[in-house]
Design a protein around this ligand. Structure first.
Ligand code: FUB
Ligand code: ZN
Length: 618
């Protein structure tokens, strides 16, 4: 089992292209707009701890976590940009956290101002989940600014949690009903070097679903919170998908830290179950709104897909961690699938509004039928804030911290998991290494690398699973490489080297496995890592009557209404050609049509419209 190193946000700069535009928008628009919504709804004010019964804006049990994710995002932004006002804003919240923290280290708004008598009594009340998000924020803020106040406050809280849950075992539950603390404690350990935090994380993961936990003894263990079995015995992803994604991320972290083969094998099985049987083509997971959960293998409904934005982010987190344990491109492939599709579909192109659920089909005719009035469908237009607003600040932290997942490294090898215009600088093998990527990926499959300080080290470039042909050239012509588990390995010959890596970006129609009932007879178009969809605004209503000719040529075109490059191809539409018959001889009534497809992530940016990812084939 390997344990590859990870770069920090400060070691990588995204300097242009697709993700730089998103990081700029995140910094300039989204962060401010999420903050404004959280101010308006009382989430920031709650940190003053002055709410009293009868007042408006009663704190919610997980408001701490909403603000914590925003603070974490602000920290990543501050890591890259000087912004005195933003830093002062964060400092003011940190002051409130320190001021309102109990002497014993406890910190939670709801269980201080609303139900102080019920601390650590109800495992479904998100106390440790909130603690975990605050810890992640504190680590990020310390790494961005070097300021220790927040970090120290969270160390005091982690010490208290250790005492209550591990040393005294005095809480009424053993594990939190929403995982998060586990992965946060690993981060706290890596930041502080304090092994007790790692051991506490391991304690929480090890005890979940075992007879040693209070919930199993009380018969309250439940697949919804992944404690139907000890984690090492779990082979299918069950229950609430965000909870699962966070737990599996922590399992991966711990298997790496402890070189725990058994835990890694369990993580691998769970990863395979998700990505081979329970994941949408967009990287969305958790197909039902009932419990925001996984259901059974191959149950992937399109119109009612839940596919929470946070769940896709949790899969990206899990995949990123797995890629730092085993050099297998399957992990970064999945992270990439989520990044370019089911995660960023969660935010509007103007950076101000969000989807919580990310369906793969909108059929307004069907959902407006009176008999469907009780069926729960995802909303069709993004909103600026939700009552349960976990996704917006998860999006801001995902975008702001992206750089940290581009690379990993072993003693002498640098792995390139993701392609984006960027620069990175870090120590390798006792030398200072810099890597510069110049690229317009994913619009274009060419990436130029400039590597310095890597003589005699190896570079391992991910060959994306969707890519059928790659070429690698140096200044003297083609460069040979060896392929292993989806990475192209080469030894760098000089200390200043330029390489050109070219990935074939030919659009491809994909079909789902024959086991997926919802996708029977259909195909979806993908170019590079980007999945496309058809919207009624481009193709007229009744998208179900389109028939894609999957052998026709696919062309790129500029779609001005979105400011994006989109795709068009030929196919047919069943118009009945003027016939009024309800049933026609098969094959009659089709007219040729140009079908326009836009990146899935850009759907619902031009008003309410029908949409389909999976088109019927001609
Ligand atoms: O419960 C906290 C967050 O809200 C979860 O992660 C989301 O799925 C939503 O339930
Ligand atoms: Zn969410």
């Amino acid at each position: 089992m390997d344990a590859f190193g990870k770069l920090s946000v400060s070691q990588v700069n995204i300097t242009g292209g697709f993700w730089k535009a998103r990081q700029d928008l995140n910094r300039d628009v989204t962060l401010g707009s999420v903050r404004e919504q959280f101010e308006k709804t009382g989430r920031f004010a709650a940190f003053r701890f002055d709410w009293r019964e009868g007042m408006p804006d009663r704190p919610h049990i997980f408001w701490d976590s909403d603000v914590a994710k925003w603070l974490e995002s602000a920290a990543y932004v501050l890591n890259k940009n000087e912004d005195e006002a933003l830093e002062a804003y964060v400092d003011a919240v940190v002051d409130l956290i320190e001021k309102n923290q109990d002497e014993n280290g406890y910190f939670n708004i709801y269980f201080t101002v609303c139900e102080p008598e019920n601390r650590f009594c109800n495992r479904m009340a998100h106390e440790l989940y909130c603690a975990g998000h605050l810890i992640e924020a504190a680590v990020a803020y310390y790494e961005a600014t070097g300021k220790e106040k927040f970090l120290k406050a969270m160390c005091r809280y982690a010490d208290h949690i250790e005492k209550v849950f591990k040393i005294d075992d005095s809480a009424e539950y053993s594990t939190c009903g929403h995982e998060e603390i586990e992965l946060a404690l690993v981060k706290l350990y890596r930041c502080t070097g304090e092994k007790r935090y790692l051991e506490l994380s391991k304690h929480f993961v090890d005890i979940r679903g075992t007879a040693a936990s209070k919930e199993v003894r009380a018969g309250e263990n439940d697949a919804y919170v992944q404690d139907h079995l000890p984690v090492r015995e779990q082979t299918t992803a069950e229950g609430h998908s965000v909870r699962a994604g966070y737990l599996f991320s922590a399992m991966a972290d711990l298997s790496r830290e402890y070189a725990d083969e058994g835990l890694f094998a369990a993580s691998q099985k769970l990863f395979e179950n998700i990505t081979q049987k329970r994941m949408y083509i967009t990287g969305g997971i958790g197909s039902t709104a009932a419990g925001e959960a996984f259901t059974v293998d191959y149950d992937l409904p399109n119109a009612s897909a839940y596919a929470e934005t946070c769940a896709a982010i949790s899969l990206y987190m899990f995949a990123g961690r797995m890629s730092r344990i085993k050099a297998d491109s399957a992990y970064a492939d999945i992270a990439e699938r989520a990044m370019y599709n089911g995660i960023i579909s969660g935010i509007s192109l103007d950076g101000k509004s969000f989807f919580y659920e990310n369906p793969l089909e909108i059929n307004l005719f069907d959902r407006k039928l009176p008999q469907k009035a009780k069926v729960r469908f995802p909303i069709t237009q993004r909103l600026e804030v939700f009552g349960c607003s976990c996704c917006p600040p998860n999006m801001t932290r995902f975008i702001a911290s992206l750089g940290e997942n581009i690379y990993s490294f072993s003693r002498d090898t640098v792995f390139v998991h993701h392609y984006m215009q960027s620069t990175a600088e870090f120590p390798l093998d006792g030398k200072k290494v810099t890597i510069e990527q110049t690229t317009d990926y994913p619009n274009d499959g060419k990436v130029t690398f400039r590597l310095t300080g890597m003589k005699n080290n190896r570079l391992a470039l991910r060959i994306p699973g969707w890519c059928r042909k790659v070429a690698l050239r140096g200044s003297d012509g083609n460069v040979g490489f060896e392929t292993q588990a989806g990475y192209a390995y080469l030894t760098v010959k000089e200390d200043d080297v330029r390489l050109e890596f070219a990935m074939d970006m030919q659009p491809q129609w994909l079909e789902a496995s024959g086991h997926v009932c919802e996708c029977a007879g259909t195909a979806a178009l993908q170019r590079g890592p980007v999945v496309y969809c058809a919207e009624a605004v481009d193709n007229g209503d009744e998208l179900w009557s389109l028939r894609a000719d999957i052998c026709a040529q696919v062309e790129e075109y500029y779609e001005p209404s979105l400011g994006l490059t989109a795709l068009k191809t030929e196919g047919y539409k069943k118009t009945d050609k003027g016939s009024r018959a309800l049933y026609l001889p098969a094959g009659e009534g089709y007219e040729p049509r140009t079908i326009k497809l836009i990146p899935y992530y850009a759907f619902a940016n031009r008003g309410e419209s029908d949409m389909r990812v999976w088109l019927y084939k001609y």
